[in-house]
Ligand binder design. Structure first.
Ligand SMILES: Nc1nc2c(ncn2[C@@H]2O[C@H](COP(=O)(O)OP(=O)(O)O)[C@@H](OP(=O)(O)OP(=O)(O)O)[C@H]2O)c(=O)[nH]1
Length: 182
């Protein structure tokens, strides 16, 4: 069945299944090595909880790390799920051929020019990762690395404020706890 002929529920299930297949051997960096798929599902859940019901945004959230972290191509996403979802994923995909520090600078520089849809996925992605950090230190991460991650996340978020008040309030609660805002 092509994406154009799918109803919203079918499309969401197809994207969840696609992401689960693509991330099936990957784990998060926490001590328990949680299956990686928990992250994209959790990002979509944050958006849904915040009242986002646009199926393209929720599908892009489910797929947001497939190109960055697996062998998936944007062409494949476009063929499977259409150009709208593929474009949102493209906007939140870092160029993994670049060093980590450079990717982080580029995220800050490019965030403001992203579409509203991509900004929503970015907000939810950062919220999920920071919640993870508040719960559990990833293996081998020093306190300095964790502080640097919060600081960098805040730089990205500051570029895209005004996108969603519910998610931004939750992000600010974490920034406040970490002493990054008063
Ligand atoms: N907090 C946390 N992060 C984990 C965990 N497991 C995997 N990650 C991923 O690690 C990345 C952050 O680690 P860094 O060391 O700063 O990033 P890097 O690998 O890209 O250099 C995030 O992805 P990213 O794409 O690099 O960053 P982002 O753009 O998604 O924020 C995040 O999704 C975990 O258990 N906790």
């Amino acid at each position: 069945m092509s994406a154009e002929n799918c109803n919203d529920v079918r499309l969401l299930v197809m994207c969840t299944n696609f992401a689960a297949e693509k991330h099936k051997t990957q784990r998060r960096k926490n001590v328990d090595k949680t299956p990686y798929i928990n992250h994209p599902i959790g990002v979509a859940n944050i958006l849904s909880e915040a009242g986002i019901s646009d199926v393209n945004i929720l599908c892009a959230a489910l797929l947001h790390d497939t190109v960055e972290d697996t062998d998936t191509t944007l062409e494949e996403l476009e063929k499977e799920f259409g150009p709208v979802i593929a474009k949102i994923v493209a906007e939140v995909t870092d160029d993994m051929s670049l060093p980590s520090a450079e990717r982080k600078i580029l995220q800050v520089q490019h965030a403001r020019a992203c579409s509203h849809e991509a900004k929503l996925v970015k907000l939810a992605d950062k919220l999920y990762n920071m919640r993870d950090l508040t719960k559990e230190k990833p293996e081998n991460w020093t306190d300095e690395r964790i502080s640097a991650y919060y600081l960098w996340s805040k730089q990205v978020i500051d570029e895209i404020r005004g996108t969603n008040p519910i998610i931004e309030k939750q992000l600010d609660e974490i920034f406040r706890r970490e002493g990054l805002i008063s």
